[in-house]
Design a protein around this ligand. Structure first.
Ligand code: ADP
Ligand code: GLC
Length: 483
């Protein structure tokens, strides 16, 4: 697969843009693929985001895109991140407000459809003819729709295979018909897609990709079922052989407690005792008193997905067990308010910080004892992986990628955490009690910590599987073109 040319389109890529795990993944995967000899370029929407001074930015002329009966100028800022070329693609329909996602499709549909179609023009302009167009999630889905329809008659793009990675099936970006029309695309008519999603960016992406994957094997199975399929299960089942699960990795150079400038004391498995310094510094920072019980932590987008109602429900029991809780999150205002009320009700045992704060997140992973991930569903989940790497034991619900990454200490001698099944407060409370009990036996706790820290979640195996996926997609495209 060396020499393969891959164009990745996404709404986020760390360290430039990050709202959640999508940013982590699109930050790390291109680097891992480049190590395998591929030429990977990443394109992101340019919403006017500030680029740190350490990057050398070049502006490129990218011409115009036909849009809504007129010509819109396409702007490009080009920079190298971790050795990989990134292009920030902008234009009038992409507001310069620094916002990655807006409140609704009124602004987001034109923004992402324009981005997706402009990105294709930029690639042509650069004479970067990719073997694979790799789209992440719904946002750039119009690029796959264009490739699968208009692009098939376009010499430059005829040989390009389309791959879609679903990071979250719930964000479908439906109702983009007007924006698609502005970009010269007719809204979809694919009968495998439910009527409400026919002009949805995710559904069109899935229907037009040569291969589709999601970010864990369990989530790949779950989304073929009605409960998790979010209405697209029929379409996904129709593509069955072409929908696989590739478990995300974790970039060990980005997430490394032995080299993390923002934590109080760097540590590793051999210097695990130093971790205590992080715990006490964190408690001081959060104004939580010293305590004999464990400190539970949750770092997440405040979203229905993340199971925060269970956390609110279990808080009195945490308190009764002498445990403490910190939540760091940004997103839904309502959930934020409920959490703030919880902190007021339990001063000294619950701390809540609202907002996106990368440094605080790191100090939490380094100082908390347990990372909670009680999600309703979780395509992969990265906070349990980061927690493990930083010696915070994960307590997760058995769903999606959580089920694929955490082994329960009760059922497995090589266990790395605590897993509960039912989405109920009592089920979570039972797991919390087990965690508190084990925390009371320091030697046993330490053994789990060491196993968790040594668990291998490097990107290498995932990169290999993506290479295979690309090879399959390229073969399928060749067959498709020959037919
Ligand atoms: P999702 O992608 O669904 O948001 P993941 O677990 O895959 O969930 O990834 C979340 C990523 O975002 C992790 O890197 C986590 O540390 C980070 N994160 C989430 N919320 C915040 C926040 N409020 N401040 C800082 N980092 C956050
Ligand atoms: C999504 C999912 C999360 C996953 C991340 C990166 O946002 O919610 O489970 O880890 O994407 O793939």
């Amino acid at each position: 697969m060396g020499g393969l040319k891959v164009l990745m389109l996404a709404a986020e890529a760390a360290p430039l843009v990050k709202v959640g795990g999508l940013g982590d993944v699109v930050g790390a995967l291109p680097v891992a693929l480049r190590r395998m000899g591929m030429d990977v370029r990443v394109m992101l929407p340019d919403n006017g985001l500030r680029v740190a001074d350490e990057y050398k930015v070049r502006r490129l002329d990218a011409g115009v895109l036909a849009w809504g009966g007129r010509s819109e100028r396409v702007t490009v800022r080009c920079l190298k991140v971790n050795g990989c070329l990134h292009y920030l693609v902008g234009g009038r329909p992409i507001a310069h407000d620094g916002k990655v996602y807006g409140a609704d499709m009124v602004g987001d549909a034109p923004k992402f459809v324009f981005f997706a179609l402009a990105a294709m023009r930029v690639a042509e302009r650069l004479l970067f003819q990719p073997d694979v167009l790799h789209v992440h999630d719904a946002h750039p889905g119009a690029a796959l729709y264009w490739l699968g329809t208009v692009g098939r008659h376009h010499r430059f793009w005829q040989g390009t295979a389309g791959v879609l990675t679903i990071h979250n099936l719930a964000y479908q970006f439906n109702g983009a018909a007007d924006a698609l029309k502005d970009g010269g695309l007719e809204p979809g008519v694919d009968v495998r897609i439910p009527a409400y999603a026919r002009s949805g960016l995710l559904a069109l992406g899935i229907a037009n990709a040569d291969y589709v994957n999601t970010v864990s094997p369990t989530y790949a199975r779950e989304i073929r079922m009605a409960v998790q399929g979010a209405g697209l299960q029929k379409l996904l089942r129709a593509q069955r052989t072409r929908v696989s699960g590739i478990l995300n990795g974790l970039d060990g150079s980005v997430w490394n407690p032995a080299r993390d400038a923002v934590i109080a004391a760097e540590f590793d498995v051999r210097r695990l005792a130093r971790r205590k310094l992080n715990s006490s510094a964190l408690r001081t920072e959060l104004r939580l008193p010293a305590a004999a019980g464990p400190l539970f932590a949750l770092v997440a987008r405040l979203d229905w997905q993340k199971g925060l109602d269970l956390v609110v429900g279990v808080a009195p029991q945490l308190h009764a067990l002498g445990a403490q809780l910190v939540v760091l999150g940004s997103g839904s205002r309502d959930i934020g308010k409920q959490l703030q009320a919880l902190a007021r009700a339990h001063p000294g045992s619950v701390a809540v910080r609202l907002g996106f704060d990368e440094a605080l997140a790191r100090r939490i992973y380094a100082g908390a004892d347990v990372v909670l991930v009680p999600s309703r569903y979780e395509p992969c989940g990265l906070t349990q992986l980061i927690g493990m790497r930083y010696g915070a034991i994960p307590l997760v619900r058995c769903t999606g990628g959580l089920a694929d990454t955490v082994l329960d200490v009760a059922s497995n001698a090589r266990g790395t955490g605590f897993v509960f099944g039912k989405y109920t407060v009592p089920a979570l409370a039972r797991a919390v009690r087990r965690a508190c009990k084990l925390f009371g036996t320091p030697l046993a706790w330490r053994a789990v910590q060491v196993r968790a820290m040594q668990a291998d979640f490097s990107w290498k195996p995932a990169a290999k599987q993506y290479a295979e996926l690309y090879a399959n997609a390229v073969r399928a495209r060749r067959r498709g073109n020959a037919a």
